[in-house]
Design a protein around this ligand. Structure first.
Ligand SMILES: N[C@@H](CCC(=O)N[C@@H](CSC=O)C(=O)NCC(=O)O)C(=O)O
Length: 284
């Protein structure tokens, strides 16, 4: 960002980091109808390529920025990191803060269609039609060189946004994603309330179902890492469903299973460099 340049968002904190700058920001979102927060890491020599990093349940825009340990390698690669909050906040909707796996911190990266969530819980439209264009413009990024990744609910977001918007993201990876949300408790709770009880509408937000309808959408491959000591693996994450769907879609998938690793950010720290290099190779 040029010194003194007008930007359509406010920086609330900034920190020098590996020769670049880690910012925490907010803007007033017309799509959400409320202020939205996000974090940006700008490397010392930006290549113009950027990676959207989506965090999971209970997380904020700070979580990936503070815990993933991604900045050192992002600085080396010239990769800008874009890290949004995981939901609207303080919407005034009754019950938004009651459950850790629904409502605040659990936006599921989709546009709710069911009331009372439909007005503000519009994460997909916010990310794609407002936030990303705003940052591409303000930071001078190359819109054709943007990748997406995410963890758990954020892995679901990365996979579904990439599959729902062909051509929007040039590279794709995920850490322990919720791979088949239509058939796991987290997804069933979120989809039944955000989208309604008609399960026919859910497949459009389910990575494995979307992949089964696709034909090799990422010829350069998709990278997924999964810890085998992850307490959510069997009931919530179901990587085998994505694996089967990729096989049916002739989609190259590098699914790495890691003995001993759990669901947390020590796991992400252990593999994050591989993801950044994966994206940088494909983003140029
Ligand atoms: N409170 C929960 C655990 C919540 C949790 O593990 N959240 C994960 C994402 S889970 C899927 O989206 C996370 O990333 N947490 C942040 C962190 O710093 O680890 C429980 O009681 O089990």
């Amino acid at each position: 960002m040029a010194a003194g340049a007008e930007v359509p968002f406010e920086t609330t904190a900034e920190h020098a980091c590996f020769g670049g700058v880690q910012r925490f920001c907010r803007h007033t979102s017309a799509v959400i109808g409320l202020p939205m927060r996000f974090a940006v890491y700008q490397p010392p020599k930006p290549s113009g390529a950027a990676l959207v990093c989506l965090a999971g349940l209970t997380c904020t825009e700070e979580t990936f920025a503070i815990k993933a340990g991604a900045q050192r390698v992002a600085a080396e690669l010239g990769l800008t990191l874009l890290m949004p909050d995981t939901s609207p906040r303080a919407t005034g909707i009754a019950g938004e803060d009651v459950e850790w796996d629904f409502g605040s911190g659990a936006g599921f990266y989709l546009d709710a269609t069911a009331e009372p969530w439909a007005r503000h819980f519009r994460m997909e439209s916010w990310l794609l039609t407002e936030w990303l264009p705003l940052l591409v413009d303000a930071l001078g990024l190359d819109a054709a060189r943007i990748g997406i990744t995410g963890h758990s609910m954020g892995g679901h977001g990365a996979l579904t946004l990439a599959l729902r918007h062909p051509g929007r993201f040039r590279s794709l990876s995920a850490f322990a994603p919720i791979a088949a949300p239509s058939t796991c408790p987290w997804g069933e709770k979120a989809f039944s309330r955000y989208l309604g009880e008609d399960r026919g509408t859910w497949a459009a937000h389910d990575a494995s179902a979307l992949m089964r309808q696709a034909r090799c959408p990422y010829p350069a491959g998709i990278l997924v890492d999964q810890g085998l000591a992850d307490k959510f693996l069997v009931e919530q994450l179901k990587p085998e469903a994505l694996e089967a769907a990729c096989s049916a879609a002739d989609q190259p998938l590098t699914l790495r299973r890691h003995a001993g690793y759990d669901h947390g950010y020590f796991f992400i720290q252990s593999v994050v460099a591989d993801h950044l290099r994966w994206h940088a190779e494909r983003l140029g």
